[in-house]
Design a protein around this ligand. Structure first.
Ligand code: PLP
Length: 378
């Protein structure tokens, strides 16, 4: 279409113009049921009246104040994220920025430089976050990377143990690798990592940018693993489309981030903070419980699909991956689904990824399953 933009995105030939609940409409007037949530962002769906309202109200008061002055809205959102736990929060504008803050905090607090991350991880596109990402396709042409990152296979404890040294500052991971193909961490492996981190005084950083804010059936995925990371990061669902990120770290790490140590102009912006605050109020236990029921319905329906295109179905909550056989093109499946009026994503080498809004209804899941069944059984 246009001539003025870098071609760093392979864009589809349609534009989404409007959204409502779990549906979006494109520039040709075609309506789609959205099983992408705008890549894990629109957890509460499109055009949510209360979010529109708080954003419009704040817009008429003030949009921006620098972080030179107090910001009670940041305190409000931090308190809602932390609940009664022992964390401090830093607000920024994206997932990559949240991970940059996590990497910087880990190095400064430990005085060590090495961070272990995992093959097929995804942590963002800025230099630190990209260097943390264990995918050579994302690194190619951008070297030299930030030094100090070591990549080891996911869900493999002995490979990890071999890389631990007295320079290890942190282990950084996603509890479900999203972009990498919807790979769920093994519970026992996570327990082994937590124990190792305690023994060796290594920080555990959990990247909850995609898994957080209800995506996997609880506010944070780490709750389901029964752990409390030293540092965790959020973005995507935290703003439901308003750009915002957050890094939370244990209170004991606070000294490393004293005045002047780190910062951002827009981070914790008042527009973003009123939206995040309303999201955390809206994301009630009823919505989480209903999303778990929709997850069960979706998994049950997917497991009934009779298709030799499918090799494995995995995930948690409403973060679901359907790995296809190597000879099946996931791009073509996504296109066929779009023709049927369903938006879906790809992940990893050959995985069809589903991230519907958490507010999806039983009828909408049934409709989505009909479309998936039709395309996958074709
Ligand atoms: C999307 C994503 C990021 C990057 O977030 P941006 O807001 O695009 O910078 C980082 N980590 C994970 C796990 C993600 O899914």
């Amino acid at each position: 279409m246009g001539n003025y933009l870098f071609s760093n995105y392979a864009r589809k030939p349609f534009e989404i113009m409007e959204g409502n609940g779990c549906y979006v409409t494109d520039n040709h007037g075609k309506k789609y049921l959205d099983f992408t949530s705008g890549i894990g962002v629109m957890n509460l769906g499109y055009n949510r009246a209360h979010l529109n309202q708080v954003l419009a109200e704040q817009a008429q008061k003030i949009w921006h104040t620098p972080n030179l002055y107090e910001n009670h809205l940041q305190e409000v959102v931090a308190e809602k994220l932390i609940q009664e736990k022992d964390y401090l929060a830093f607000f920024c504008n994206s997932g990559a920025e949240a991970n940059e803050a996590a990497i910087k905090l880990a190095r400064k607090a430990t005085g060590k430089s090495q961070i272990i991350t995992f093959t097929n991880s995804f942590h963002g596109r800025t230099y630190g976050a990209m260097s943390a990402t264990g995918q050579s396709a994302i690194h190619t042409g951008f070297e030299p990377l930030v030094p100090g990152f070591i990549y080891v296979p996911y869900n493999d404890f002995s490979a990890l143990q071999e890389q631990i040294s007295d320079q290890t500052a942190a282990i950084m991971l996603e509890l479900i690798q999203g972009e990498g193909g919807v790979t769920v961490a093994n519970q026992e492996w996570i327990q082994q990592i937590v124990t190792l981190c305690q023994e060796k005084k290594i920080l555990l950083i959990v990247d909850e940018v995609q898994t957080g804010i209800g995506r996997t059936g609880s506010l944070f995925a780490f709750e389901q693993f029964g752990i409390e990371p030293d540092i965790f990061t959020l973005a995507k669902g935290l703003g439901n489309g308003f750009p915002i990120g957050a890094m939370l770290g244990k209170t004991a790490l606070g000294e490393a981030f004293g005045p002047g140590s780190h910062g951002t102009t827009f981070g914790g912006n008042k527009l973003g903070m009123v939206v995040a605050s309303e999201i955390l109020d809206s994301l009630s236990s009823e919505i989480l419980v209903a999303s778990q029921q929709r997850s069960q319905q979706l998994f049950a329906g997917l497991n009934k699909i009779k298709s030799d295109k499918i090799s494995e179905i995995r995930g948690k909550g409403l973060m679901i991956g359907i790995e296809l056989q190597p000879d099946i093109s996931v791009a073509e499946i996504v296109e066929d689904l779009e023709a049927e009026g369903l938006l879906a994503l790809r992940a990893g080498a050959n995985t069809l990824r589903l991230l519907p809004p958490l507010i999806i209804s039983e009828e909408e899941v049934t409709l989505g399953l009909e479309k998936l069944t039709k395309v996958l059984e074709k």
